[in-house]
Design a protein around this ligand. Sequence first.
Ligand code: AMP
Length: 392
Amino acid sequence: MNFITDLDVKGKLVFLRVDFNVPLDDKGEIRDDTRIRASLPTIAWLLDRGARLVIASHLGRPKGKVDPAMSLKPAARRLAQLVPNKVLMAPDVIGDEVARLKRDLREGEALLLENVRFYKEEEKNDAEFARKLAEGVDIFVNDAFGSSHRAHASVVGITDFVPVKAAGYLMKKEVDYLKKAIHTPVKPYVAILGGAKVSDKIEIIESLIGKADHILIGGAMTYTFLKAQGLGVGKSLVEDDQIEVALVILDKARTNAVSFHLPQDHVLASAPEAGASVKVVETLPFPEDMLGVDIGPKTVSGYAAVIATAKTIFWNGPMGIFEIDAFAQGTIGIAKAVAASNAISIVGGGDSIAAVKKAGVKDKISHISTGGGASLEYIAYETLPGITALEK
Ligand code: AMP
């Protein structure tokens, strides 16, 4: 994979795909500009060396229609505050006006295109749309690690129409860390998986069975695994259509050299709401009228003991409904255990990152991945569509 520093970009029209999918408040103001700042090293490098820079991103899910609430205009204003260069905002993604703006761009100037998902062709990876995106472009740079598990036109399709392709700094940093974790993990390798759904994480669990020494399960996934073993889990969130899959995973885990851990105790609540009545149980079945909302304290200390032995840690997904303080102790406990370890620790996914921040230990994590889904897929498949396209 080419890296931008291998290229001469002076005077070249560079199309940079970034992930400016920032959260906006009800007034349309940016609540958190982390994602914009994450691409600044690449943007600054390109502009400093005289690129004529076209920047593209998606924001939210406008589903192929123009939605002013998902315009990238606020991102253009923020970028203009963060770099000394001229930043223009395009009125569209493709078309005559955008073509003129691209043509008129000078060295060291940036043009942010509108939300690429205003066109349904983006998510369909439509070749004609990709060709229009690539019009006049000399170099394609992908710095959108968090979008690179999607075969979309501005990530994958465009690479068929641009002669030179390269990765930006953020992309390189993500791939370097994840590569280390996958291809040559320092052992013991402990994977911690939580969140809502087994269905989202089956492939990663299966791939980890062959690689990790320990897999620690938390979150609502737990209850699908418990139900698969014939245990009553009350009102807990269960994916009934994943029971078979859960059994296959349990079976594979038994026949492989991996320790597959399920929680030993559970925080139950009468409802998934603040103020609900709560109790901790170790035995199953759960009462019919209660649901599991977090891992219990015994599980936290058991998992922490495993985490303390790790040399490599990969964590994705909260251990419970951590958005509600009463159900956040398990997730916070795990965040602290990960922070306390000397291992290379990689945390991915918006919720796990929020948990690490909530626990006040963000600075003690080796690598916080900007892409939750992308980091999971990278670990499962050892590449992503957007990376394969860069390497073509
Ligand atoms: P994911 O996007 O799959 O990582 O799931 C994150 C979501 O899982 C968070 O919003 C959590 O509130 C939710 N979650 C975690 N544990 C549970 C649970 N025991 N019951 C219901 N939802 C949960």
